[in-house]
Design a binder for this molecule. Structure first.
Ligand code: SF4
Length: 364
């Protein structure tokens, strides 16, 4: 499973992680998928959650993104679920490793069996290509073009100067427009955590500054958890602050209504994970923070801070303060043009916003 390659409006798409099973076993996989994994989303649960999504707030959710593991592992289930989503009025995309595209003929046959899937996002990189050569990706793309499906490519690397990574990008650029390729950094999480020391990445005492775009798509896991993060925090336990709720205990509408006013989630979307660091430093908790962060990776900040129970609790309670909630709500309205948090919290514009609030200090 690899991150998607485009920015998506908040809550317009809902992810469904259908299975942890995968045809291959990549050493950097965030969800530790592989051929030996058995957990998958029950068909009845998938249908029910899709129906809830289709009925949520007058069509707020417009697209279902199917992911794994490898959702193409079980084509019959993939066809049933994608058809169900299409019949519920939702458009459907899928993240895949393209292992089903050994030949062009096979790629066309496979996509023909899946008429509801209108877009594929293909993950390929040094790790995937140990199992699935770039020729498969090429076949999948030609098949997608021939059948009028959209596509894009996500390439993960732990070192953007790595010759093998550069060679993959150069090969892809021969048959993919550059705008459809996005590189993402390997994060020491999931299976990659076990080889963290081997990751060839620079560190810095200052956190990477960039807003998170991967937290705009809530993802439902087979056990009913709904996660705000489609990246390395995806499979964390219920106690993780980025776990939005569990559909075995409450409705999707309840979970998503709460996500709409979740201050941590929107801090990550408005500014990025580095604002958690500035807030904690401002409140005198700097000594508890990590000494260094991976260069170029916001996910590394989330992984380090939100996996630490003490820091996570501190952040939760700081972000619960009304003055911080207000700042986040207004910043979200101003920067992302999303007034929902201001409206739902009944802020009327006269609420005092302290210009010296640590969340508002400009990035250096
Ligand atoms: S920045 Fe944080 S919330 Fe966003 S994808 Fe990375 S780990 Fe998840």
């Amino acid at each position: 499973m690899t991150a998607r390659s485009e920015d998506i409006p908040f809550m317009s798409t809902l992810g469904l992680l259908l299975t942890y099973r995968c045809t291959i076993f990549c050493p950097h996989c965030l969800v530790e998928a592989g051929p030996e994994r058995k957990e998958k989303m029950a068909l009845g649960s998938a249908f029910g959650w899709i129906d809830e999504a289709a009925g949520y707030r007058n069509g707020t959710i417009r697209c279902i993104e199917l992911t794994g593991g490898e959702p193409f592992y079980d084509l019959q289930t993939l066809a049933l679920i994608s058809d169900h989503a299409m019949n519920a009025g939702l458009s459907v995309s899928a993240i895949t490793n393209a292992g089903w595209a050994e030949t062009l003929e096979q790629a066309i046959l496979t996509l023909n069996e899946l008429p509801a899937i209108r877009k594929i996002s293909i993950s390929t990189d040094v790790y995937h290509q140990q199992f699935i050569p770039v020729g498969y990706v090429h076949n999948a793309i030609i098949a997608a073009e021939l059948l009028g499906r959209k596509y894009d490519i996500a390439v993960t690397t732990d070192n953007e100067h790595d010759e093998r990574y550069r060679s993959i990008i150069a090969r892809l650029e021969k048959f993919v427009e550059p705008g459809r390729i996005r590189s993402t950094a390997t994060v020491p999480a999931g299976r990659a955590m076990k080889q963290a020391s081997a990751l060839n990445r620079r560190h810095s005492p200052e956190p990477f500054m960039a807003a998170c775009t991967a937290s705009s798509v809530p993802v439902i896991l087979p056990d009913g958890r709904v996660m705000a993060c489609a990246g390395p925090m995806l499979t964390r336990q219920d106690s993780c602050p980025l776990c939005l709720g569990n559909l075995r205990k409450e409705s999707l509408a309840n979970v998503l209504d709460r996500a709409e006013i979740n201050p941590l989630l929107h801090l990550l979307r408005v500014w990025g994970p580095h604002r958690m660091v500035s807030l904690l430093r401002d409140r005198g908790h700097g000594a508890l923070l990590p000494k260094e962060y991976l260069c170029g990776s916001g996910c590394d900040i989330c992984t380090k801070l939100l996996s630490d129970r003490r820091l996570a609790n501190l952040l939760t309670s700081l972000l619960d303060e009304q003055k911080n909630r207000n700042v986040i709500a207004y910043a979200r309205m101003q920067r992302l043009k999303e007034p929902e948090m201001v409206q739902r919290c009944h802020l009327d514009g006269s609420d005092m916003i302290d210009a010296a609030n640590a969340l508002l200090v400009p990035d250096a």
